[in-house]
Design a protein around this ligand. Structure first.
Ligand code: AMP
Length: 114
């Protein structure tokens, strides 16, 4: 999608600190980290919100989780632990309308979130 920030990161139009990339997903550090380790896993395909997921997207959603696990390991936080979050729409706190999995780690995270 031409006016989507994360599509522009996917195609290199906007720079980001890329941690991993393949044909299906990109992983980059969040520009405003909420924990010592905070990265985002996004699909190459533009999907605006979780509400827009279709049955055909099951593989890419699974790929996003497996990629989160792999990059968490690369970042050395597998054993200490991490949190994955996907916000949906306004009440969920979504601000960028291209789905993304937050991965936060490196400090004790509180529950429930505020
Ligand atoms: P959300 O509020 O769940 O939609 O999360 C969007 C996230 O994208 C926020 O944590 C932002 O800090 C992050 N973000 C926005 N612009 C950029 C960017 N150019 N590069 C990296 N992360 C970004």
């Amino acid at each position: 999608m031409s006016d989507c920030l994360f599509c522009k990161i996917n195609n290199g139009e906007i720079p980001a600190e890329i941690l991993y990339q393949d044909d299906e997903v990109s992983v980059f550090r969040d520009v405003s980290p909420q924990a010592p380790v905070h990265f985002l896993v996004i699909p190459k395909k533009h999907i605006s919100t979780l509400n827009d997921l279709q049955p055909d997207d099951a593989m890419v959603i699974g790929k996003m989780m497996l990629t989160a696990k792999m990059v968490a390991s690369d970042q050395g936080v597998s054993e200490s632990g991490y949190r994955t979050v996907m916000n949906c729409n306004s009440d969920g706190g979504q601000t960028v309308y291209h789905i993304h999995l937050h991965v936060l780690a490196g400090r004790q995270l509180e529950w429930p979130p505020g």
